[in-house]
Ligand binder design. Structure first.
Ligand code: ZN
Length: 566
């Protein structure tokens, strides 16, 4: 299979002289800021090739591309072979590969959560009342402490907001709601909703354990969460084999279901229903619960390795060629898991065979340019996204090109293959000068741009661009919008996809997919990368922007240090 494709790819590498002349003209005007007349002369992403990659990557042969599995390794080799055929330079640490050392941890039999209150002791049932989070450092760990509710667990000094204002979590297990206040701007809300930040904050306040209560806007069904939790979690390992983001001072972490949360709030000064309603209204209450909890976690550890795949197209401008535009897509999915409707292979066709396919075709489009752009372009297929953005985080921590030279990340996660593409949501654009870039490119493709239609889903922090944002790199995550041509109720279709296929074995090649629309999405990625690579100025955070302030170059170094020493 691979050889057949390689042969065909090779023939594409020889440019036709007439096309070449036209493309040179087009390139000239792209430099000047993008002229609509010439866009037709640029290489085009082919829907058929996209489909071919998706069919392979999402095939049962690759067993759902689970991080650290042979199926994922096959996918990684597939990508590396194509990078080689396109003539990209290898930009990993071992050729095209950057192996990521990982520890898998799974909470097992023997883990328990017991509540002790006035009415006695009550044991909660694992996977029905709660999901135990594995411990990445210790095989056995236990904590017994009083419980205190501290809203969303958010401290945002900029906004004068602090969920810990009225309570003292020192030496206690803190009960936190998912999400962040609805009064926050969407991306800021997304940032503050990330567990890493909440756990860091809890540790800083002296908490020794965390119980998470899900708010009503959580669309991720409980049974799906338990299925994924049983498979365990992963963390990347630093050169001393220490796991990142392991939070040793937290001696237990668990997520409660509705039934578990109901138990927790029996006899509480404020009812669970009231707490959840208040959270929806953006005011998260904080108070002590009349309970103590004993959380015991027994974990099994396993060493795993899984590669990122990196290929580089060298830039041509002697002044700018050391700067790098990253185009990223996660290649992993959930692998093989608990069966749903008789199928146990989580093929991840849309999530993210489609984005990986787009990465390959965008790379092909770049390689087909008669002259590479001014800046270099790094094509990066990452591992471990579904386990917590691990591959991209590892790459951003140990980049194979200087992180200061990375001018932007454009991330492709989930192509717009559900309906004809008319509208896109450029997650993250408003924070940097990438907003005008994406506006220009979208206009050229006759795509309208829409603001984030589901801020409560915090998509901006849920894919790999966020690993770059956290190191101060302006980034963009273009995603399908909720309006379409052709009388399709796109919003309903997307919600239905989220509810019935997202992270289930049914996100497979059997579902209807619009490859034309996917190719338009990929074309947008290509043109974005090209504009950024050819622009006189590298993208910059907007003045005073939240992410620029929080993670701008100086802040980035501090963040990195604290997450390692925590
Ligand atoms: Zn996913």
């Amino acid at each position: 299979m691979a050889q057949n494709r390689i042969g065909r790819d090779h023939s594409r590498m020889i440019p036709h002289p007439v096309k070449l002349a036209a493309a040179v003209l087009a390139f000239g005007s792209a430099c000047a800021g993008g002229d609509e007349r010439d866009s037709t002369e640029l290489p085009k992403v082919s829907p058929a090739r996209l489909e071919e990659h998706i069919r392979y990557l999402a095939s049962d042969r690759l067993q759902g591309r689970g991080t650290g599995t042979p199926g994922y390794d096959s996918a990684a080799r597939y990508v590396a072979e194509r990078f080689a055929v396109l003539g990209l330079d290898s930009a990993g640490t071992e050729g095209y590969f950057q192996p990521v050392p990982l520890r898998r941890a799974r909470a097992v039999e023997g883990s328990s959560l017991i509540l002790v209150g006035k009415s006695g002791r009550r044991g909660l049932t694992p996977y029905r009342d709660y999901v135990p989070s594995p411990d990445y450092l210790r095989r056995r760990v236990e904590v017994t402490a009083p419980l205190v509710v501290a809203g969303f667990g958010v401290t945002a000094p900029d906004r004068g907001y602090d969920d810990y204002r009225a309570v003292d979590p020192k030496g206690k297990i803190v009960v936190l709601l998912t999400g962040a206040p609805s009064s926050f701007a969407p991306a800021e809300r997304a940032h503050y909703a990330t567990p890493r930040l909440k756990f860091q904050n809890a540790v800083r306040r002296g908490a020794i354990g965390v119980l998470v209560v899900r708010t009503r806007d959580q669309s991720f069904p409980w049974d799906r969460l338990t299925r994924q939790a049983r498979a365990g979690g992963m963390r990347w390992l630093d050169p001393k084999s220490e796991p990142a983001d392991a939070f040793p001072r937290l001696r237990g972490i668990a997520i409660l279901s509705d039934t578990g949360a109901a138990r927790l709030f029996e006899g509480a000064p404020t009812s669970l229903a009231q707490v959840l309603s208040d959270a929806e209204a953006g005011k998260a209450p904080a108070f002590d619960l009349p309970l103590r909890a004993t959380l015991r976690t027994v974990s099994v550890h396993e060493r795993v390795e899984s590669p990122n795949v990196a290929g580089l197209l060298r830039g041509t401008d002697p002044r700018l060629r050391d700067e790098v535009v990253v185009l990223s897509a996660h290649l992993d999915h959930l692998g093989v898991g608990e069966p749903v409707k008789g199928d146990s292979i989580y093929n991840g066709a849309l999530d993210n065979a489609s984005g990986s396919a787009a990465l390959l075709e965008v790379a092909r489009a770049f390689a087909a340019l008669p002259r590479p752009p001014r800046r270099s372009v790094l094509f990066l297929a990452v591992t471990g996204e579904e386990m917590g953005l691990l591959g991209s985080d590892y790459f951003a921590e140990y980049p194979t090109v200087s992180i200061d030279r990375i001018v932007a990340d454009v991330n492709l996660d989930g192509l717009a293959v559900l309906y004809p593409l008319r509208e896109m949501v450029p997650f993250g654009a408003e924070h940097s000068t990438l907003d005008s870039t994406v506006a220009r490119v979208a206009k050229r493709l006759d795509i309208t741009l829409a603001p984030d239609p589901f801020p409560q889903e915090v998509f901006f922090v849920r894919s790999d661009q966020y690993s770059f944002v956290r190191r101060g790199v302006p980034s963009l995550f273009p995603f399908m919008g909720l309006r379409s041509d052709s009388g399709v109720d796109a919003a309903a279709r997307f919600r239905e996809w989220l509810a019935t296929r997202y992270h289930t074995p049914q996100d497979d090649i059997g579902q209807p997919m619009d490859f034309e629309a996917g190719a338009r999405h990929a074309q947008l990625g290509f043109l974005l990368g090209l504009e950024i690579a050819n622009a006189d100025q590298r993208p910059a955070w907007k003045i005073g922007d939240f992410f620029g302030r929080t993670f701008g170059r100086r802040a980035a170094a501090q963040t990195t240090t604290s997450s390692v020493t925590e």
